[in-house]
Design a protein around this ligand. Structure first.
Ligand code: FES
Length: 113
């Protein structure tokens, strides 16, 4: 398990936060909904655009890709509607103090809706 500090709680607003992971090609979107924090790869599985630039759907716990409108479940990474069909990896995250830590070695992918 490689827990990487990606942001502080204070840095998280109501908007998705895109974070580059140092020493890797990985970019992760961090978002808080209520008391829960989610970490999902910051790239749509349909095209090379950042999910963090899309719109949050708090009711569905999902992020909408701004380019073609596919929604991704923040809990599972599953694509909820076309044109995207492939899931986006999600990552376990924990809070330590005021730091948000993401386990970048253990992404979860799930194709179920
Ligand atoms: S690039 Fe995201 S749905 Fe097409």
């Amino acid at each position: 398990m490689s827990l990487v500090a990606v942001a502080t709680l204070e840095e998280l607003t109501d908007e998705p936060l895109g974070v580059e992971i140092p020493d890797s090609d990985l970019e992760i979107m961090i978002v808080r909904i209520g008391d829960e924090i989610f970490a999902i790869e910051d790239e749509c599985s349909h095209g090379h655009v950042r999910l963090s630039e899309g719109d949050l759907d708090i009711g569905r716990c999902a992020i909408e890709c701004y380019l073609h409108g596919s929604m991704f479940d923040l809990r599972t990474g599953a694509a909820l509607n076309p044109p995207a069909v492939q899931p986006v990896p999600v990552y376990p995250c924990v809070i330590e103090g005021d730091q948000i830590l993401v386990d970048i070695d253990n992404p979860i992918t799930n194709q179920e809706n």
